[in-house]
Write a protein that binds this ligand. Structure first.
Ligand code: PMP
Length: 336
């Protein structure tokens, strides 16, 4: 489909693009999710959560869409809230990049900056401040992507079926990062069901993320992984994540993820974001042990355009402890 009667209809249907320069035996296809109107995979979840809230009456005409995020979900929610005629209020930390702030404002979102660096349960945390706002504001609805079943459901009904149809059922391995877990849980569950359990689902994870056994300290890659506030009493994983779908995790450090996307841009001509680098690095490692009869699909959540001043910038890399040689990242000083 290339003709749509509204922006909401233009979500999904992202292509599969085969990588032709890897020299590896299996077919490797990437699924660039920046082909969605809001520029990321989170458009799917944003519209799905909004539509469900409308259907169950928790979001009514004149209502306010609320979320705590500095990232792609906020942009998707702001975009579709504008399209559907709702006010949107996004609670976020003041460390959010100027580009992201400007994108939210461009779609008419009201930004509420919350500075406190405290665990979620603290009364000054982003979550607590947003919860109070929702309780005090008539017609306000909190999307809460981490625990909202509309998030994985979006991928069960769209991302999974697209991959199955576009590979004519040949997909053998699906690789994705895990943030809220919506993407991997919904897509993975569909692919497992439709293939009778034969598709293997690999959770690509930043090396310090607690999903794959890291210590939960956050490094640079945004969107992927699960990180724990140093003062948090417990590490609570999202309800959007269905652990039974993930066959194995593959941990990737930031230097490898960044080196992978920089190489992708220069060899294949595909400009992807940092979490895409985590997924692709895991997929390339996996593919080394596979054969010509395998087809690997790797989901790339967003584009490299949002990271030109970071991962694609040599000065930023050096200032942040990465070692570079001839424009390539060759290591992470912190891990050496
Ligand atoms: N990468 C990026 C850049 C993201 O914004 C997100 C969403 N948090 C993810 C990966 C992970 O997607 P999900 O929340 O569906 O697990």
């Amino acid at each position: 489909m290339t003709r749509f009667e509204s922006v909401a209809e233009a979500i999904g249907g992202t292509p599969l693009i085969r990588l032709v320069k890897t020299g590896l035996r299996p077919r490797i296809y990437v699924k660039p999710e920046w082909y969605n109107p809001g520029g990321s995979v989170k458009d799917r979840a944003a519209l799905s959560m909004l539509r469900r809230a409308e259907a169950d009456g928790s979001l009514r005409p004149g209502g306010t869409v609320v979320e705590t995020t500095s990232g792609n979900t906020g942009i998707g929610l702001a975009l579709y809230a504008a399209h559907l005629g709702y006010r949107s209020v996004i609670f976020t930390s003041s460390s959010i990049s100027k580009e992201k702030r400007d994108l939210l404002v461009a779609h008419g979102a009201e930004l509420r900056l919350v500075d406190a660096f405290v665990p979620k349960t603290h009364p000054d945390s982003l979550k607590s401040v947003a919860d109070r706002f929702v309780a005090e504001t008539p017609g306000a609805w909190l999307a809460n992507q981490y625990d909202n079943p509309g998030n994985p459901a979006a991928h069960y009904v769209s991302t999974g079926p697209e991959i199955w149809a576009d590979t004519s059922g040949e997909v053998t391995h699906f690789v994705a990062t895990v943030g809220t877990g919506g993407t991997i849980s919904g897509t993975g569950r569909y692919l497992k069901e439709v293939s009778g359990g034969s598709v293997r689902v690999i959770g690509a994870d930043p090396a310090t993320s607690s999903y794959s056994g890291g210590d939960g300290s956050q490094k640079f890659i945004e969107g992927a992984g699960h990180f724990v506030h140093p003062l948090a009493e417990e590490d609570v994983w999202p309800e959007s994540l269905d652990l039974s779908v993930i066959d194995e995790y593959s941990a990737v450090d930031d230097a490898e993820a960044i080196a992978t996307i920089r190489s992708l841009a220069r060899t294949e001509g595909i400009l992807a974001g940092g979490s895409a680098g985590v997924a692709l690095a895991a997929a390339l490692r996996l593919a080394e042990g596979l054969t010509e009869s395998d087809t690997v699909v790797v989901l790339l959540p967003d584009s490299g355009r949002a990271y030109l001043s970071t991962y694609y910038n040599d000065d930023w890399l050096l200032a942040n402890g990465f070692r570079t040689e001839a424009g390539s990242v060759v290591g992470d000083l912190a891990s050496e």
